[in-house]
Design a protein around this ligand. Structure first.
Ligand SMILES: [Fe+2]
Ligand SMILES: [Fe+2]
Length: 196
């Protein structure tokens, strides 16, 4: 579920009618962060060099912290995180299939990271976002450009080493196309909910 503009009051607590929807949006973000963390845990088994290990662990710590920030925000609204059965990564994974090597895992991470930046920036740019949520959006967004840049660099490096630059480009193009489609399905569902 993508970001949704919500009216809020002065002290950073959304109005009652919006709270349920906000909890779902934040739970959706939290789920995407946790599933992103799982991809990074997988990558720890693939990229064995010291530099990659250090970056992966820092990256993993960021994503789990992001999940915690959303968990806190949900708690501030008096709720517990909702279980997201058919969330972003899950739907994306179902369409893409199991990545069959390091290059594909990196490509999957890259498209998901790109969406994370875009999603958080769009949410922050909407009118009526309460102050506490804006703070979380700012905190999580601050880490995302580094995630995107090091994963992209690593993927290019690996593709060059293996002489698979062309394949890397093809995998990325295919994943980006599928990802757009998957994200559009959430937007369509959200629009249907809003009007329905
Ligand atoms: Fe994140
Ligand atoms: Fe990230």
């Amino acid at each position: 579920m993508p970001a949704v503009a919500r009216k809020s009051d002065e002290i950073g607590v959304p109005r009652m009618e919006a709270t349920g929807q906000l909890i779902m949006v934040f739970s959706f973000y939290r789920d995407a962060e946790l599933r992103g963390a799982r991809l990074l845990l997988n990558l720890h088994n693939h990229l064995r060099d010291g530099d990659s290990q250090a970056k992966l662990t820092r990256h993993l710590a960021d994503e789990t912290r992001h999940a915690m920030l959303w968990t806190h925000r949900i708690a501030e609204l008096g709720a517990a995180p909702a279980v997201i059965a058919d969330g972003y990564q899950r739907r994306l994974g179902a369409r893409i299939g199991v990545p069959k090597d390091t290059l594909e895992l990196l490509a999957l991470t890259l498209v998901a990271e790109g969406r994370a930046i875009d999603r958080y920036q769009s949410h922050a740019a909407m009118g009526g976002v309460d102050r506490a949520t804006l703070e979380v959006l700012k905190a999580v967004s601050a880490d995302e450009p580094w995630h995107l840049s090091w994963i992209e660099r690593k993927m290019n490096e690996l593709a060059d080493e293996r002489g698979e630059r062309e394949r890397a480009g093809q995998v990325l193009a295919r994943y980006r196309e599928i990802e757009k489609d998957v994200y559009a399905s959430f937007l369509a569902e959200e629009a249907a909910l809003a009007t329905g």
